[in-house]
Each structure stands twice: as C-alpha cells, then as structure tokens.
Design a protein around this ligand. Structure first.
Ligand SMILES: Cc1cc2nc3c(=O)[nH]c(=O)nc-3n(C[C@H](O)[C@H](O)[C@H](O)COP(=O)(O)OP(=O)(O)OC[C@H]3O[C@@H](n4cnc5c(N)ncnc54)[C@H](O)[C@@H]3O)c2cc1C
Length: 381
C-alpha cells in the first residue's frame, strides 16, 4: 500500500497550489460581495489545463487521471471554493461525454470544454424532483427528426454563465428508462435564466433555466435514447469523490488559519494554542478531514484502476461536506470575534461548503447508495 502521489501528481498539485494562491485566492471574498464570477476566471483556469483535466490529450485536454483531478480541485478549493465549480462540472461532463458520445461528437464537444470556450452545466434537478431524479418531467417532444424541450430545471450551478448544458429530459415513459441526455448550447431564445439568491456559492451563478421549446436534434443525444439517467448516475459516483476533496481543501485552509492564530493569539498569559479547549477540537477536526480525504482518494484511485468505486465515493460525499462545515465552524470560533467579521474568509467558507451538503446528492441519498451496496439491491426502498 502506497499513500503517496506519483511525482507527476505531486508536481501538478504543487503547480495548481502556487497558481491558486497567486491568481485565485485574492478574489475569493470579492466574488462573495459582488455575487459575480470574475471576468477572465474561465480563461485562467483553462490556461492551467484545469478545464481539460478529463478531456483526452487528442481532444486538447490533459487526459489526467482521477486522482490528479481530485488533487487539483483540493488545491483550488483552498484558494476559492467557488472557482472549483467550472472545473468540477467540466470534469464530470467531459467524463460522461467521453465515455458515451460518438467519435464525431467527441471531436465537436470536448476541445471547447478544455479551452474554456464552452462553460458547461449539469441540468438535472427540477422544482418538483431533486433526490428522486428518475422522476424528472422536463419534456422532449418529437419535432421532425428531433425534439423540442419544454419545462424547468432549477438549482443549476453556473446556470447564469454556462454556454452549454448536459440536459436530462423525458423522451419516453415514466422512470429512469424514459430519460435521455442531450448536450446543448444554452444561449438560445427558447431558454431563459433566473439567478437564485443564495447563502453561499454566490459567485458561481446558480440559476433556474426555463425551456420553452428549445430545439434538439439526434446529433445532440448523448449515448442513446433512454440511457441518460444511467449515464449520469455512474458519473455521480466519481464527482462525489471530487466534491469531497473540494470540501476538505476549503476546510483545511480554515483549519490552518486557525492553527496559525492559536500559535500567536494570547489569553490568560500565553498563546491560546496551549489550552486544550482550543487545541483538541482542532486536532479532532484535522483527523476527520484526513479520514474523509483518504476515502475520497481511495474512490478516485479505484476508478483509475477501472474498479468499483461507488461505495467509498458515496461514503465520502455523505461525510466530507458535513465534516468540512464543522471544521470551518470550529476554525471560525478559534478566531473569536475576528472570525465573525467578513474581513476574514472564515464565515464565507462555511457557507460555501455547506451548499455541497445538498448539491450532487444529500447525505441521506448518498447513504442510500451505500446501504444498497452493503445490504443488496432488494433492500433498496
Ligand atoms: C450548491 C448546490 C449546487 C447544486 N448544483 C446542481 C447542479 O449543478 N445541477 C443540478 O441539476 N442540481 C444541482 N443542485 C441540486 C441538488 O442536486 C438537489 O438540491 C439535491 O439533489 C436534493 O434535491 P432537493 O433539493 O429537491 O431535495 P429533496 O429531494 O426534496 O429532499 C429534501 C430532503 O429530504 C431528504 N430525502 C429525500 N429523499 C430521501 C430518502 N429517500 N431518504 C432519506 N431522506 C431523503 C433529502 O436528503 C433532503 O434532506 C445543487 C444544489 C445545491 C445546493
């Protein structure tokens, strides 16, 4: 058993850490205040290869393995949790497209994702259907040799900015087998976007998308009619491990700031770090984050080996966001009144990370996946 990155993984993670500290971290709090994604961010992420991590080299990407992708997100999240969404969605969607599209579609779709020309969003959740995603209702009605999409997608991260969406629509009967995935341009007069006002993740442009007869052709179908749901659910296993590492990265940034503060802040005649009431909670949260991190990397490593990874990926997602929120909270408290001020990024990190206790599958839903694997499918509700 080897608990180390390869030299290439180590080098890339170090490069992303240096880039993120210099170019990304200085704007983290500004994004929260303005509620806007910084112009130029997408180009800078693309310039580091971050949008093409899971795009094969033949299509203009880095063709990175999953562990490297996780390491890049962990580093980026230390600097700016919200800057990760573009990288996360590109990694998830490029993986789904690469695994399910035709050669011609891959040539058409993947290079713009890697270059940042296409900013992609995952369009699954609807106002009436979130956890029970197989019940989605957005209709794809036959029109000539294609379809027209009508209905509402909600809670779409990057929805305010994305140029393209992996959109799940009902082409057939009820249930998972009636759902088809389409990869579509979103800048179209048949689509309107409304931003949501959120407690966190404010610079990532979560939005509702209203489809009013958006045209889709057979060349836009990913994988095949009626296969959309199965494809995205497979992709979710891996993105859940990536999200876990985002949460761990952000929480570790707060924890390190708290440790530094505990070394220098004095109370009752010495640094507060010597008080066990201060030091032990930090030690405890560091242990939880370390365990969650290992679980996430185990899932990514298993996927890189072509092995089953659903159980550790869903265990990680059930736990890491909560562990991260609690670590962010403890770090904030360690700063006393200073932590409560928006001068420091501690409260923002807690709010930002909390969103992913919900996004991409709640802790309950990820536990359902784990329980189904442990108990067997016949015990699924
Ligand atoms: C920050 C953020 C980013 C997001 N990004 C995207 C995105 O990019 N694209 C997208 O399509 N969606 C996105 N979402 C939506 C997200 O995936 C859904 O919110 C999530 O799947 C839960 O669905 P829901 O909100 O409708 O809650 P519901 O499904 O209504 O669930 C409500 C509560 O009931 C619980 N519950 C539901 N079913 C069960 C069960 N069987 N057993 C036990 N408990 C259960 C849930 O855990 C939850 O606590 C995002 C959400 C957030 C907050």
């Amino acid at each position: 058993m080897r608990f180390v990155f390869t030299p290439e993984q180590e080098r890339y993670a170090a490069r992303i850490r240096a880039f993120a500290e210099e170019r990304i971290a200085p704007y983290y709090q500004e994004g929260d205040r303005t509620g806007e994604m910084r112009p130029g961010l997408v180009g800078e992420l693309a310039g580091q290869g971050l949008l093409g991590l899971r795009v094969p080299t033949g299509h203009g990407g880095l063709g990175a393995d999953c562990v490297t992708t996780g390491a890049a997100l962990e580093e980026l999240a230390r600097a700016d949790f919200n800057a990760c969404y573009g990288v996360l969605q590109a990694a998830l969607i490029a993986d789904v497209l690469n695994g399910n599209a035709t050669d011609e579609q891959r040539r058409r779709w993947l290079p713009p994702i890697a270059s940042g020309e296409a900013l992609v969003a995952l369009c699954l959740t609807e106002p009436a259907h979130g956890s029970d995603a197989a019940a989605i209702e957005l209709r794809a009605e036959p029109d000539g040799d294609g379809w027209r999409l009508t209905g509402v997608k909600t809670s779409i991260m990057l929805g305010a900015y994305a140029t393209h969406g992996l959109v799940f629509a009902r082409t057939g009967g009820p249930g998972a087998r009636g759902v088809t995935a389409f990869y579509l341009p979103l800048d179209d007069r048949h689509l309107t976007r409304t931003r949501t006002r959120d407690a966190g993740g404010r610079a990532a442009g979560r939005a509702e998308l209203r489809f009013d007869g958006l045209p889709a052709g057979p060349e836009d179908v990913v994988g095949g009619e009626g296969l959309g749901f199965v494809q995205v659910m497979r992709g979710f296993d891996y993105s859940r491990a990536l999200i876990s590492l985002m949460c761990v990265g952000a929480a570790n940034a707060s924890l390190e700031e708290a440790l530094a503060h505990a070394r220098t802040r004095e109370a009752f005649g010495g640094p507060i770090g010597r008080l066990q009431g201060v030091a032990f909670p930090l030690a405890e949260h560091a242990a939880y984050l370390r365990a969650a991190r290992l679980l996430a990397y185990e899932a990514l490593w298993l996927k890189d080996q072509g092995r089953e990874h659903a159980v550790p990926a869903n265990m990680a997602k059930a736990w890491a966001p909560k562990a991260a929120v609690e670590a962010c909270h403890q770090a904030l408290l360690t700063f006393g009144q200073l932590g409560w001020s928006e001068e420091l990024p501690l409260a923002q990190r807690m709010r930002d990370v909390m969103g992913l206790e919900i996004g991409d599958g709640t802790a309950q839903v990820t536990r359902l996946v784990v329980a189904r694997h442990l108990l067997g499918r016949r015990y699924a509700p």
